[in-house]
Write a protein that binds this ligand. Structure first.
Ligand SMILES: CC(=O)CC(=O)SCCNC(=O)CCNC(=O)[C@H](O)C(C)(C)COP(=O)(O)OP(=O)(O)OC[C@H]1O[C@@H](n2cnc3c(N)ncnc32)[C@H](O)[C@@H]1OP(=O)(O)O
Ligand SMILES: NC(=O)C1=CN([C@@H]2O[C@H](COP(=O)(O)OP(=O)(O)OC[C@H]3O[C@@H](n4cnc5c(N)ncnc54)[C@H](O)[C@@H]3O)[C@@H](O)[C@H]2O)C=CC1
Length: 279
């Protein structure tokens, strides 16, 4: 299959790696050369670590990298069977991207979004092929996490759904079928938990390390909520809280002012080198 991944950031690079490792031809596209290069070198580093751990050979690494074409030119998406959009979590931008994809791509192309929280139905109406638009929500880090939430919009066809479900399984992932709802399943639980941890920190109940240790040792989480916020990206966490808050209109989803402050100060977590912890 030929797959285009739009956005070479935290998720786009990981998703591109997953497809390339499974033998698919991948076009990795971002809006600037420097972003494309950053995403590609992230994949190179991941694969080099796998070689060091003797999980794959040097030849396999080269073969996987050979499956990836990194580009800024959207025309490379034209003959793809599938596009997975992993650009910023913003409805206006996603609609612009999908409208453009609808013009550029072949009629056969399925257009999927890796959105964390937004309406697939609304994204789909930016195209003339809403039956071929679907949510394919990977989890971070994409090469490691087993789950993909597969989200139907109002007009997503059964054929599109079945194609994506089979593809998900062929990638070694497990797909769960999710009806469209803000934040779907995982993020409606996980991101308010992170927001609550930010509130606990702001209230001075405990320090960042103690909050994280408490949840690791007391709830058996692999990493604490603040480190998880840093892994996801605090800007992404804020976008998701804003969607939950706006869509449900329930004050329990209010983004904590400290979360906003961190994003305003460009302390976004791992991707900016500092969030609640330093990297
Ligand atoms: C916001 C959204 O829309 C949805 C989301 O994604 S929410 C976030 C969901 N993700 C989580 O909850 C992650 C929680 N954290 C974890 O599961 C673990 O901390 C972790 C898997 C990320 C790292 O595991 P760890 O044991 O702490 O560290 P580490 O030993 O370095 O890594 C474990 C494995 O993952 C691999 N790994 C870690 N980070 C990786 C990355 N970014 N890319 C690829 N592989 C990675 C490591 O190479 C290692 O592989 P092996 O076991 O094969 O050697
Ligand atoms: N960070 C996470 O843990 C997860 C994020 N997501 C979702 O995945 C999407 C991407 O998130 P991240 O990778 O974290 O963001 P990021 O900020 O790391 O990367 C986004 C990338 O998209 C690029 N981009 C912006 N407009 C574009 C366009 N028109 N075409 C191509 N690329 C474009 C940006 O230049 C940037 O490199 C968001 O919708 C987010 O909600 C989903 C699962 C987990």
């Amino acid at each position: 299959m030929k797959v285009c991944i739009l956005g070479a950031g935290t998720m786009g690079a990981g998703i591109a790696q997953v497809f390339a490792q499974n033998g698919h031809e991948v076009v990795l596209r971002d809006i600037k050369e420097e972003f494309v290069e950053k995403g590609y070198s992230f994949i190179e580093k991941n694969l080099a670590r796998m070689v060091k751990k003797e999980k794959i050979t040097e030849e396999k690494k080269d073969e996987i990298l050979g499956n990836i074409k990194a580009t800024v030119d959207l025309k490379n998406a034209a003959d793809c069977d599938l596009v997975v959009e992993a650009a910023v979590e913003n409805m206006k931008i996603k609609k612009e991207i999908f409208a453009e994809l609808d013009q550029v791509c072949d009629a056969k192309t399925i257009l999927a979004s890796n959105t964390s929280s937004l309406s697939i139905t609304e994204i789909a109406v930016a195209t003339k092929r809403p039956e071929k638009v679907i949510g394919m929500h990977f989890f971070n880090p994409a090469p490691v996490m087993k789950l993909v939430e597969i989200i139907r919009g109002l007009s997503t066809s059964d054929e599109t759904f079945e194609t994506i479900k089979e593809l998900t399984e062929s990638l070694g992932k497990e797909g769960v079928e999710v009806e469209e709802a803000p934040g779907f399943v995982v993020n409606r639980i996980l991101v308010p938990m992170i927001n609550e941890a930010v509130g606990i920190l702001a209230d001075g109940v405990a320090g960042a390390e103690d909050i994280d240790n408490a949840m690791k040792l007391g709830a058996n989480h692999p990493i604490g909520p603040l480190a998880l916020g840093d892994l996801i990206g605090l800007d992404v966490c804020l976008f998701i809280m804003e969607v939950l808050h706006d869509e449900f209109g329930d004050p329990k989803y209010r983004p904590h002012p400290l979360l906003r402050k961190m994003v305003r100060g460009n302390k976004l977590g791992r991707k900016s080198g500092e969030g609640f912890f330093k990297y």
